[in-house]
Design a binder for this molecule. Structure first.
Ligand code: NDP
Ligand code: BG6
Length: 502
């Protein structure tokens, strides 16, 4: 999950925040299926470019975009270039595009995959990789889930090569409930071995999420208090200041729980809560995360508060149902707050509050660990200590700490021990999560990818709740676009989790 570096933060060179070159520089072909789409344009190609710029792609790499759209080479390059970043140098861009090519093909026609394979073989041969004892082929599925299995099947039958190391990268959603996720896992496992499958949850590539095991297990004082004896409650919060404009049709089928809670936030929870793994190896880490999930009972409706945004108070921002692609009677939640418990020795009795919402007052993703009250009364009780790990927008870790008010006063004041990354690590550019994760794929490192049993547990926890909400058409509480969420959300956290606002 992390490597040891002696670089000093203040004196070290400008770095890209990524440190390992891709595995052994094996000749590598990266296929991007759905190369004409949104994810490929906004995330996959920019991440590959970032790795290229920092010399982290294997020296002999080819990137082959594949999709049905009739794109000329120039059209394709324009799409790829559109999100490479304003400060990307022209020479770098030209050199990167020199690695890329586009193949037009259908998703369900075997002959088109035969043509694709021939293009790949031609490229590999030009790289001198033909007959190389080890080559790598990465199949990146930047595609809607409706075609995942068909495309994976065609890849396995036609493009997969036993003489290569083959790796398939799959994007969420991994099903929409326990049953469909199991079916997808079954279909994929009939085609690829689990060690060939990389299920992306991009939150696992975020700097501060990757930092959690280091904070916890490399610092004696965190681990000492990381349990029910000292921690009163934990909150994991995701807030976005924009609604679902433009993707209401997609969102209405999923809702906020499937969109971010069951995956991103539960993944973060499992890392915050896990016991120390035996090693940083992928299976040891994922074993520990899965243990946490196994200790969580399915979430009940009474432990959940749902909301749906309406137009902003001044009418300038539309409500969720004002979107033409959303049914007028939709009860899909755009806000959810759940309280859950982890039934193990470390966490028994500690409530975990997971909160996620669209169209709220700010952009923020953070983990707030609230400590218990001081047991003695030497000082009047001011507020509780909190450790906050802010994942975005600005990476930081701070501890809310009580100090004496400076000066002649003997009053108490709440202050922060503050590690804000933008102040402390000014020379380091934090890479996008996708760059980190694609580098992991190239290195064959699964620690930041979701294993099938983890996925199964995550769906087990949420599926009964999701089915009940759908069957009963549970009415979400309205909240105004740009507000802090439905009225009663703060009270819910206070009552159900004993959270005390500091
Ligand atoms: P798009 O809707 O842009 O689809 C990608 C490509 O797939 C399209 O360019 C199109 O290519 C092809 N395609 C679209 N619809 C269909 C269809 N019904 N049948 C067959 N092919 C189709 O998807 P995204 O790029 O937005 O997302 C891809 C995957 O990544 C999804 O699973 C999504 O959930 C996930 N994801 C996306 C994110 C994003 O920011 N966009 C973020 C996180 C995950 P063509 O017609 O040329 O073949
Ligand atoms: C995606 C969700 O998985 O994550 C989006 O589908 C959400 O709805 C996004 O906006 C949030 O990711 P990030 O990296 O912007 O916090």
């Amino acid at each position: 999950m992390s490597s040891v570096s002696s670089t000093s933060a203040t004196t070290g060179p400008l770095t890209c925040g990524l440190s390992r070159a891709a595995e052994e520089d094996l000749p590598t072909t990266i296929f991007v299926f759905g190369a004409s789409g949104d994810l490929a344009k906004k995330k996959t190609f920019p991440a590959l470019f970032h790795l290229f710029q920092h010399k982290l792609l294997p020296k002999r790499t080819r990137i082959i975009g594949y999709a049905r759209s009739n794109l000329s080479r120039e059209d394709f390059f324009e799409r790829v270039k559109s999100h490479l970043g304003a400060d990307a140098g022209n020479d770098d861009i030209a050199a990167f595009l020199g690695l890329c090519l586009y193949v037009r093909g259908r998703y369900d026609v075997p002959d088109d995959y035969v043509a694709l394979r021939k293009v790949a073989e031609g490229q590999e041969s030009a790289l001198g990789a033909e007959g190389a004892s080890r080559r790598v082929r990465v199949y990146y599925m930047a595609l809607p889930p409706s075609v995942f299995v068909d495309v994976a099947t065609q890849i396995r039958h036609t493009v997969y090569d036993d003489a290569c190391t083959n790796r398939i990268v799959i994007e969420k959603p991994f099903g929409h409930d326990l049953e469909s996720s199991r079916q997808l896992s079954k279909d994929i496992s009939a085609l690829f071995a689990e060690n060939e499958v990389f299920r992306i949850d991009h939150y696992l590539g975020k700097e501060m999420v990757k930092n959690i095991p280091t904070l916890r297990f490399a610092n004696v004082f965190y681990e000492a208090v990381w349990n029910r004896n000292y921690i009163a409650n934990v909150q994991i919060t995701f807030k976005e200041p924009f609604g679902t404009e433009g993707r209401g049709g997609y969102f209405d089928e999923f809702g906020i729980i499937r969109d971010v809670v069951q995956n991103h936030l539960l993944q973060v929870l499992s890392i915050v809560a896990m016991n120390q793994p035996r090693s940083l190896g992928a299976e040891d880490v994922r074993d520990r995360k899965t243990e946490v999930l196994r200790s969580i009972l399915p979430i009940q409706l009474e432990d959940t508060l749902l909301g749906q945004y309406v137009a902003s108070a001044d009418g300038s921002k539309p409500g969720y149902k004002d979107d033409d692609t959303v049914p007028k009677d939709s009860t899909t939640a755009t806000f959810a707050q759940c309280v859950l418990h982890i039934d193990n020795d470390r966490w028994c009795g500690v409530p975990w509050v997971i909160k996620a919402g669209k169209a709220l007052d700010e952009a923020k993703m953070l983990i707030r660990i609230q400590f218990r009250d001081m047991p003695n009364a030497l000082f009047p009780s001011l507020a509780r200590n909190e450790l906050v790990i802010q994942v975005s927008p600005k990476e930081s870790v701070y501890i809310k700490t009580i100090v004496k008010e400076p000066g002649l006063s003997t009053n108490l004041a709440m202050s922060e021990l503050d590690l804000s990354y933008h102040k402390r690590y000014q020379d380091i550019h934090i890479p996008d999560a996708y760059a980190t994760l694609i580098l992991d794929v190239l290195n064959g490192d699964h620690s930041n990818f979701v294993r099938s049993d983890e996925l199964d547990e995550a769906w087990r926890i949420f599926t009964p709740l999701l089915h009940q909400i759908e069957a009963e058409k549970t009415a979400p509480l309205p909240y105004a676009y740009g507000s802090r969420g439905p009225e009663g959300a703060d009270e819910f956290a206070r009552k159900r989790a004993g959270y005390k606002r500091t």
